[in-house]
Design a protein around this ligand. Structure first.
Ligand code: MG
Ligand code: MG
Length: 246
């Protein structure tokens, strides 16, 4: 669906709240802190900004952020997990302002992290930006996945298939989906006013995933590290506009 300028303005506002949730949770994520404490920090941002959560209550999800450490790919539930020096942690945040949604994620190191972990974070974030660069009017949507996949696989990593990006607007997850790999066809043609959440999930080992018994947490099947970066971006006449940057 194409969004008009007044809708895009609301999405810009939602994106700013998400960016602020990123800044606050990033600053709070240190060795000894629990992931539940990070959820509390993010709730504080939503309250201060008069925004509501699109994560809380989503199919029964109990928190306003997802926290996914180490081999966890996405959808981790904040709880008693205590962050350790050397962990990597993915934090996925969302907000609703005036009925419009923002959604963005990042992965960070807790203290000093391994060289492989540093490379995984850098490559995954670079793959996100390679995907964002494809969000230009007249281009084909699935060029996003092609670009993401090229960056991730050139580094020797693999791209998760089962979880993908999505259009976003008055709901967090709208159609069409945005694969992080080349799906064998070009997909829809991009037009101004289209808004997407692009979100590569990149594994250090194989692409295989497994869901834990909590019904949410998705982990790598081989137990190796995974990273996740996401932004909400509009296709504009001037090129891609990222709403969820600080
Ligand atoms: Mg997200
Ligand atoms: Mg998303």
């Amino acid at each position: 669906m194409r969004r008009n300028e007044s809708e895009l303005d609301k999405m810009r506002k939602a994106g700013k709240v998400v960016a602020e949730m990123h800044e606050a949770t990033r600053a709070a994520a240190k060795p000894g802190v629990t992931t539940l404490e990070l959820d509390t920090v993010a709730r504080g941002v939503l309250e201060r900004r008069g925004a509501t959560s699109n994560f809380l209550g989503y199919h029964g999800f109990p928190a306003v952020i997802c926290t996914s450490p180490n081999a966890m790919i996405v959808h981790g539930i904040p709880g008693g997990y205590v962050l350790l020096e050397g962990d990597i942690l993915s934090i996925d945040c969302g907000a609703i302002v005036e009925g419009y949604h923002g959604d963005a994620a990042f992965t960070m190191g807790i203290g000093e992290i391994s060289a492989e972990a540093q490379k995984l974070l850098a490559v995954t974030e670079r793959s996100l930006w390679a995907g964002i660069d494809q969000l230009t009017r007249g281009n084909a949507l699935h060029e996003v996945g092609r670009a993401v996949q090229e960056v991730a696989e050139a580094a020797g990593f693999s791209v998760v298939r089962e979880y993908v990006g999505h259009a976003i607007g008055t709901a967090m997850h709208e159609q069409p989906q945005v694969p992080n790999y080349w799906p064998g066809n070009r997909g829809p043609t991009l037009k101004t006013g289209h808004v997407f959440a692009i979100e590569p999930m990149v594994n250090a080992g194989t692409a295989e995933t497994r869901q834990l018994d909590d019904g949410w947490s998705v982990v790598t099947a081989d137990g190796r590290l995974s990273a996740h970066f996401e932004h909400t971006i509009a296709v504009t006449a001037e090129g891609p506009e990222v709403f969820t940057l600080a």
